[in-house]
Design a binder for this molecule. Structure first.
Ligand code: MD3
Ligand code: FE
Length: 203
């Protein structure tokens, strides 16, 4: 089942379901090495989303800005390796959406609990927007909103469920997007959390 959300954006409903056990056990191993933390924005606000990373590069934010770093600033060590199950899922999804040779070098892991939100933003910290982004939703459902190339463009809302995968390429790669405050709930595998994995080519 394949649904076009916008020009270049493909929703693959339930695409990650067959890998959920592998994904969740790998996730625990990663966050033991690189625990979830709340990063601070350049403006001095603490993000409500808790984050970790795996792969050669990880997205980090602090008072000096947003960037990709090979080192976890909290441990001084490299980010954990990207598990084979993560890489294979991301590549399989990208291929299905028409990107045959996606080679992500960064996986940002976002953790939401009830009330956590992610304000409307663009993803512009990667070297080139020509590579797609693959996102995997796990746990509690979320309302995802996306607009256009301008912050003031009208937004559409979509419910993203456990197991949904979205591939963002083409012009949609630079669209403004965000997550509305998470509603409370109890997911059979993840309890009161939503986890989102985003795979990117950063460098
Ligand atoms: C549309 N994450 O990490 S994933 C992010 O659910 C981020 O945690 C959200 O936005 C989350 O930057 C949304 C879906 C997503 C990811 C990247 C995009 C949608 C996108 C890039 C361009 C357009
Ligand atoms: Fe984003």
């Amino acid at each position: 089942e394949q649904e076009n959300l916008a020009e270049g954006a493909v929703l693959l409903r339930g695409f990650a379901l067959s890998a959920e056990q592998d994904l969740l056990s790998s996730l625990s191993a990663i966050t033991e090495q690189a625990p979830f933390r709340h990063m601070v924005t350049p403006g001095g606000f603490t993000m409500s989303v808790a984050m970790s990373n795996c792969g050669p590069f990880g997205w980090v934010s602090d008072r000096s800005g947003y960037r990709y770093s090979p080192v976890d600033p909290q441990t001084g060590r490299n980010w954990p390796q990207m598990p084979e199950s993560f890489l294979q899922l991301a590549q399989k999804a990208a291929a299905k959406a028409g990107y045959a040779d996606f080679m992500p070098d960064a996986c940002l892991i976002n953790r939401y609990e009830p009330k956590t939100k992610l304000s409307l933003h663009q993803d512009k910290d990667e070297k080139s927007p020509d590579h797609p982004i693959v996102s995997v939703s796990l746990g509690l459902p979320a309302t995802f909103q996306f607009g256009g190339l301008k912050r003031t463009d009208p937004v559409l809302k979509y419910a993203l469920q456990h197991g949904d995968v979205v591939v963002w390429g083409g012009v949609s790669r630079l669209y403004y997007h965000g997550i509305t405050p998470l509603k409370d709930g109890d997911h059979p595998l993840l309890g009161r959390y939503r986890i989102n994995l985003t795979f990117r080519k950063a460098a």
